[in-house]
Design a protein around this ligand. Structure first.
Ligand code: ADP
Ligand code: MG
Length: 368
């Protein structure tokens, strides 16, 4: 969002995402863990000595769950109510299923002037753009025309339709992280697009964003020991009922839900996983995943099946995991080594076996 600009220069403050994040108090005091629904508390947590207070449900097209080890002000009922409120609010902001969400309205807005949005939405867009750009645009929140073309849009079920090159090029022309801008002006927040057809899809970071909001709720309520997750994104803090720090299992694809490839101790950091194996269609023996490479305009078809990322916030992990998955294991690890980012990749080897490769920074999170 360093490229943010205003249609009325001089009036608006052009902020970089980092500054914006600072204003919003987005510090990296994370907790967390997470993952793509494949991550579950490990066996040790299952053998808990005391029962945690739990809440959960469905929202944003997926499931969420919260576990509090200790007291929650107002008890289980309050936890359920507070968390549901957060989920509903995020849906109102960014749901692509809800035509009345803030983001849906921006997408259907046929102008190029400033469009006012909530602070939360502005932050989410700015941060995701910044992180996407940091990995060469591999996570691209303007990728919707391609998502839709390949049949992964909100109204569709992927049916194995493979579009021709001309339609792919046509859809690609409608993308562009440099053609979307976040503007802060006199304490109000706006999105602005360079052309009316530009479409913003935050579905890849909604889960991480939600996990951060859950963590924020816990901090606000003075809860010291918790594990919260929305599908593949999680945050945790303190200790589990077993009396030890929370652990999270990273599960391999096509294995039983409980079969962990690896168990990690997130150490109060956020964790999330992007996988190519949960939403896809198959045609002529080839698998087309819902993760789309904005450069080729095609679903990824390489052997990297999932990427797990650890960072202070789940918005960061969730914005990076999809793009790193798109880049594939070699480029993802290259980026991770250069930046010191902890990542863990599951790769299908030539024999069809699932093997893992991770960056140096990830090692310290592996459970002993
Ligand atoms: P996962 O199952 O890996 O957790 P997510 O739900 O986080 O997947 O994100 C997948 C969705 O993100 C897709 O359904 C699509 O709407 C969108 N998407 C696909 N490719 C990209 C991309 N390169 N950048 C950003 N969003 C993408
Ligand atoms: Mg993601």
């Amino acid at each position: 969002m360093s490229e943010s600009k205003s249609s009325a220069p001089g009036l608006s403050i052009l902020l970089s995402a980092a500054i914006l994040a600072g204003i919003m108090g987005w510090t990296g005091r994370g907790i967390a863990d997470h993952n793509d629904g494949a991550q579950q508390p490990s066996g040790q947590e299952a053998a808990a000595r005391t029962e945690p207070i739990t809440a959960g449900g469905t929202g944003m097209g997926t499931f969420y769950s919260l576990k509090v080890n200790g007291d929650y002000p107002g008890g289980q009922e309050a936890l359920a109510r507070d968390s549901e409120e957060i989920v509903r609010r995020i849906e109102k902001e960014i749901s692509t299923f809800d035509r009345n969400s803030e983001l849906s309205k921006f997408n259907s807005y046929q102008g190029t002037g400033r469009f006012e949005v909530s602070r939360d939405t502005a932050i989410m867009v700015a941060e995701t753009m910044r992180l996407g750009k940091s990995i060469g645009g591999a996570t691209d929140i303007t990728v919707f025309p391609l998502v839709d073309l390949w049949g992964f849009g909100p109204d569709k079920k992927p049916e194995g339709f493979v579009p021709d090159d001309a339609s792919i090029e046509k859809a690609k022309a409608l993308l562009g992280l440099d053609r979307l801008h976040v503007i802060v002006d006199a304490g109000r927040y706006y999105l602005q697009k360079d052309f009316p057809e530009l479409h913003v899809d935050l579905s890849t970071v909604g889960e991480g964003y939600g996990a951060d909001r859950f963590a924020e709720l816990m901090d606000r309520k003075g809860v010291k020991n918790y594990l919260v997750q929305i599908a593949g994104a999680s945050r945790s803090r303190g200790i589990s009922p077993s009396g030890r720090p929370w652990r999270i299992a990273i599960n391999g694809p096509q294995r039983g839900e409980d079969t962990a490839m690896e168990t990690i101790v997130p150490q109060e950091m956020a964790v999330s996983t992007a996988g190519s194996y949960r939403n896809y269609f198959e045609k002529d023996g080839k698998r087309f995943s819902h993760a789309i490479d904005p450069v080729t305009g095609r679903p990824i078809d390489h052997r990297t099946v999932s990427v797990t990322v650890i960072a202070p916030t789940a918005l960061e992990t969730d914005a990076l995991d999809t793009g790193l998955l798109v880049l594939g294991v070699d480029r993802a690890l290259d980026y991770a080594e250069k930046t010191g980012l902890p990542i863990y990749c599951i790769v299908k080897d030539r024999n069809g076996e699932f093997v893992s490769r991770y960056s140096s920074a990830f090692k310290k999170y592996l459970a002993k």
